[in-house]
Write a protein that binds this ligand. Structure first.
Ligand code: MN
Length: 494
């Protein structure tokens, strides 16, 4: 009898290396500008960037400060002693013939990044974080028989953040990438502009049919979005699964991501560390940190996402709202949704309403490219939200009209002295004048006799219809609770 082939369950293991460009004024070892996004090719270079004979690198202190802060962001301490090594390889975008990086003693060893997927929290251990310089950029113009080299990026300071292989699904890989992004942005050490390659992810994926034993891994390099991290992991798991099921071997190799095809593609065989002939850079002294420098870096670290999550959870704000707010906070300068909410921590209801309005009104409005927010006066913005909350609490503003009021002021940029008066002028204030609503109710009952009879006969569905008619007749301004009470009163039912 032929042996039946059974499908084995393979366990995926994922590790991620991430390169983050630090937002220092100048490069890692040279006093030239570091923000190459808008610069002409080869305009941000010096003899140090392309390793002229005799050029001596000088370490940028700010890079060390940023690295120290990230150690605390990763819940650990920076190493008191670390040093630089040369990693040798030849490539046209690396004219020195070596990259200055850290290997034996990096500035951060260990640390954790906490992720949450489907309500399940996981502390992902970091292996190491090293300081290193970036290479330049080669471009290959279509149809031309030459290539171009731009060295603006050569010597830009990077942190390479290496996780242990502890992630186990595409969703976890994506959550980890997003969390790293939030951490470097909240720490203020990087613009983390994914579009411009400020943050790049290399994902290592392997499958194994035995718990605790790692299979042969592939590394898919230079992913620049959370989505592509997720998709590349998903693709590699499926591809390797298929190979293993048909009895084929996984080749250890470097792969790339083809976004158009949504597939990983083989690029080259994997190098081993000894291929690079690492040795300590003789031009650079070791980085020795003292206790004062370390504690200063810790003090300078702004509130991290975990702290905001804790503060907002205490105000019983929904987890999904908190995550939206954490991301949106980074999208606009000059306002802080998180501080605005926390500033109202004496009044949990108000804080919750505010979070709700930010998530459902202001943030979508600012993200909508067809709309523009023109309100730039912080005082009006603060008064707007406070006034709107008070008006809603006093039944003077329906939630629909609160949205209209907030949107109108944000878009128009109006700065009214009295928000309530402005809402009234805009026809948004709810009519709670009993005599006025009673008159509308009487008219509505007269015009909708059959619905009125239905209500009298106990068909309570019809009462909703009548309230709707009152709202319509009042052009949305009647207080609906009051309308309902008056309908019952006039129909003589309780
Ligand atoms: Mn690297």
């Amino acid at each position: 009898m032929a042996k039946q082939k059974t499908s084995k369950a393979y366990i995926p293991t994922i590790g991620i290396e991430c390169h983050v460009q630090l937002k220092t004024q100048t490069k890692l070892f040279a006093a030239v500008g570091n923000d190459a996004r808008e610069a002409e090719p080869n305009s941000l270079i010096s003899h140090i960037c392309f390793g002229m004979p005799g050029a001596l690198p000088v370490l940028n202190k700010k890079v060390v400060e940023y690295a120290m802060q990230m150690a605390f962001a990763f819940n650990t301490m920076p190493q008191k002693e670390s040093y630089f090594e040369r990693k040798h390889y030849f490539y046209p975008d690396l004219p020195k013939g070596y990259q200055i990086t850290q290997l034996t003693k990096p500035i951060i060893v260990g640390g954790t990044v906490t992720i949450e997927v489907d309500g399940h929290k996981k502390d992902v251990q970091l292996n190491r974080v090293q300081i290193e310089e970036d290479a330049g950029k080669n471009t290959h113009p279509a149809g031309a028989d030459y290539s171009l080299v731009d060295l603006n990026r050569a010597g830009t300071p990077l942190l390479e953040i290496v996780s242990d292989p502890e992630l186990s699904s595409p969703a976890e890989a994506k959550a980890y990438a997003r969390e790293l992004y939030l951490l470097v942005r909240y720490a203020g050490v990087s613009d983390a502009d994914l579009y411009h390659g400020n943050m790049r992810f290399d994902v290592n994926v392997s499958l194994s049919d035995q718990e605790g034993v790692l299979g042969t891994r592939t590394e898919t390099k230079n992913l620049n979005s959370f989505k592509s991290v997720e998709k590349a992991v998903e693709f590699e798991i499926a591809r390797q699964n298929k190979l293993l099921e048909t009895g084929e071997k996984i080749v250890q190799e470097t792969r790339g991501w083809d976004d158009a095809k949504q597939a990983t593609v083989s690029q080259r065989g994997k190098e081993e560390a000894h291929d690079y002939r690492y040795f300590p850079d003789p031009d650079l002294p070791p980085i020795i940190l003292n206790d004062d420098e370390i504690s200063n870096a810790q003090k300078q670290l702004p509130p991290m996402p975990s702290e905001w999550r804790e503060r907002l959870s205490k105000l019983t704000i929904d987890t999904s709202h908190i995550e939206t707010l954490l991301e949106a906070e980074l999208e606009v300068e000059g306002i802080s949704y998180l501080s605005d909410i926390v500033a109202r921590n004496e009044d949990i209801e108000l804080a919750k309403i505010l979070a709700n309005w930010f998530v459902n009104i202001e943030i979508p409005l600012r993200r909508d490219e067809s709309q523009q927010v023109n309100l730039d006066d912080p005082d009006t913005r603060r008064r707007l939200y406070d006034a709107a909350a008070t008006l809603v609490a006093n039944n003077k503003l329906s939630s629909t009209n609160a949205k209209a009021l907030i949107t109108t002021i944000l878009v128009s940029g109006a700065t009214p002295k009295n928000i309530e008066k402005y809402a009234e002028e805009q026809g948004l204030i709810q009519v709670s004048d009993e005599a006025e609503i009673a008159k509308i109710v009487a008219d509505v009952l007269k015009e909708n006799e059959s619905a009125a009879v239905d209500v009298k006969n106990g068909e309570m569905k019809a009462i909703g219809f009548l309230v709707g008619q009152v709202m319509k007749a009042s052009r949305g301004k009647a207080n609906p609770q009051m309308a309902q009470v008056l309908i019952r009163k006039q129909l003589d039912i309780t």
